[in-house]
Write a protein that binds this ligand. Structure first.
Ligand code: NAD
Length: 525
């Protein structure tokens, strides 16, 4: 159990508002028996759900979309209460992202789930028809983090549901109420209650979910937990998607618009108090504009208003808990000890509460420092300069992570070309983070940032397994390549290979004549 959470004697987790530390409520730590029961209930509901027409599933998603739009203010306030972020962010990066996802799913799922014809190029297979079907996995486990407590589990759940699955969701122990809100809205929209089961609890609950009879797991969280999840999944060959941490670089080329890029750096690093998997964690600026860029970042950071996210004047809210704040403080202290300098922030703000950390700008940083290698997940913007594009690419690719990156330039073609050289699941040219809100765009990383994708068509692909159905149009005919090989058969097969793949036309013709004799050979067994 996380030492930061209080478990009361009845075995419940007490959830607190990170800005005020006021108790919001408590949820149970589900037992293994309760988790197993949740899977059984989900499976029974899934068998009914998968038999329904796709139009019926879309109706539920559409109704959910309407209800969420109507209740957006209440949902945003609930997110802010337990995650701390400003309500404007709860609306833009959580509610709106989920509404976008519903639009994408309603528009795309019917065509995606329709059987897809698989054409055959081989002349030997021309008499067959092939179809690709997309079958639901059954019961999908979802384990989610606290930083996007509504949008992360909601997008994954809705995508799983439209694919014909049921979901057992284990929300973060710090933010379970956003998931319970999702469940409430989906039930109001008419979803069979069995189809979305929520099992509250801590890490041990997540680990227990990996041991019960789920068919696939979508995990979002840290690299350290992701590795534990991958090991447990490997032991039972459970398919997993891992959406893990990032150390996203921002590269500002010499022709970038400094005014725009500096605003992006400040927002990209401090939005959600830097607790965004796609946040700007490192900034590399061309030496020719470095000082001007820094000056603008410092001026803009000084204007940020730090406080309770439920106050509409707040730009930056609290961090989720003191342990996360301690990681940030240790990384900043480590950088300063090794020679970095602070241009803003650098310390906690206890006058606001124990979870507040001042937006921080660090310079004089280098790749040996923890703040340039480890995920910080806090309001810290380390900036350094580079001379050449090659140097910037090497710096950007020089960590174990590969979630996202951004490139800033007035020459879009140059930015797009440079994007090819960055090892990251997403590279944005002249924007940061907003790719998460593009519901058609796949979301996910390479290297330690994860395996697989959520969002978009690739996210839909993860929620179904492909079944190829092959149908032969001549059921009364034995295949020429079956037993009864005989002396000339190898010759004929060699001719068939030459007919299709020999470089010279004459050899192809000869191969065709040789292979034609196979039709004359004695009947296969
Ligand atoms: P975390 O890894 O501590 O916890 C994530 C979830 O896993 C929680 O629900 C937790 O209870 C559960 N868990 C803990 N131990 C477990 C175990 N042994 N087995 C199964 N489940 C277990 O992460 P966090 O602190 O909640 O979230 C922050 C991290 O999530 C950051 O690293 C961030 O980058 C990452 N993240 C990634 C994405 C993405 O899409 N790539 C999105 C959001 C957050």
């Amino acid at each position: 159990m996380n030492a930061l959470q209080t478990i009361v004697p009845s075995g419940e987790i007490v959830v607190r508002n990170p800005a005020t530390l006021q108790t919001i409520g408590s949820v149970p730590v589900c037992t293994e028996t309760e988790i197993s029961r949740a899977v059984t209930t989900a499976r029974a509901a899934q068998q009914r759900w998968t038999a329904t027409d796709i139009r019926e599933r879309m109706q539920v998603i559409r109704r959910f979309q309407q209800i969420l739009e109507q209740q957006k203010a209440g949902v945003a306030a609930a997110i802010t209460r337990e995650a701390g972020k400003p309500e404007a962010e709860a609306l833009s990066t959580e509610v709106l992202v989920v509404l976008e996802a519903t639009r994408f799913l309603v528009n795309s799922a019917p065509a995606f789930l329709r059987p897809e014809r698989v054409p055959h190029a081989s002349p030997a297979m021309k008499l067959k028809r092939g179809w690709l079907l997309r079958e639901p996995w059954g019961v999908i486990g979802v384990i989610s983090p606290w930083n996007y407590p509504f949008s992360v589990p909601a997008v994954e759940t809705l995508t799983a549901l439209i694919g014909g699955n049921a979901v057992v969701l284990k929300p973060s122990e710090f933010t379970p109420f956003s998931s319970l809100e999702l469940q409430k809205l989906l039930r109001e929209a008419g979803l069979d209650p069995g189809l979305l089961q929520i099992v509250t609890g801590d890490g041990s609950t997540g680990a227990a979910l990996l041991q019960v009879d789920i068919n696939k797991l979508i995990f979002t969280g840290s690299v350290a937990t992701g590795k534990r999840v991958a090991q447990a999944a490997a032991a039972r060959l459970l398919p997993v998607v891992l959406e893990l941490g990032g150390k996203d670089p921002m590269i500002v080329l010499e022709d970038a618009n400094v005014e725009v890029a500096s605003s992006a750096a400040v927002w990209g690093a401090f939005m959600n108090a830097g607790q965004t998997c796609l946040s700007v964690e490192r900034c590399y600026v061309h030496e020719s504009i470095y000082q001007k860029f820094l000056d603008r970042c410092v001026e803009k950071t000084a204007k940020l208003r730090i406080g309770n996210g439920s106050d509409h004047a707040t730009d930056v809210g609290p961090m989720i808990h003191e342990r996360q704040l301690k990681i940030v403080r240790e990384q900043v202290d480590d950088a300063i000890t090794r020679g970095a300098q602070l241009l803003a922030g650098g310390k906690p703000m206890p006058q606001l509460g124990p979870n507040f950390f001042a937006p921080t700008i660090l310079v004089g940083v280098d790749s040996s420092m923890r703040v340039m290698q480890e995920e910080t997940f806090g309001p810290v913007l380390p900036v350094c300069s580079f001379k050449t594009e090659d140097e910037a690419v090497a710096l950007a690719n020089g960590t174990e992570f590969g979630l996202a990156a951004s490139i800033w330039t007035n020459d879009r073609k140059r930015g797009e070309n440079l994007a090819r050289r960055i090892d990251a699941g997403t590279v944005m040219v002249n924007d940061v983070i907003s790719c998460f809100g593009i519901s058609e765009a796949p979301h996910g990383g390479v290297k330690a940032s994860g395996i697989g994708r959520t969002h978009g068509r690739l996210g839909l692909e993860e929620m179904v397994w492909p079944k190829y159905v092959d149908s032969d149009r001549l059921p009364g005919m034995k295949k020429l390549w079956w037993y009864g090989y005989g002396a000339g058969f190898a010759q004929q097969m060699s001719g068939f290979v030459e007919l299709q793949f020999a470089k010279k036309l004459t050899n192809r013709i000869k191969g065709g004549i040789k292979s034609a004799q196979s039709y004359l050979r004695r009947k296969p067994l």
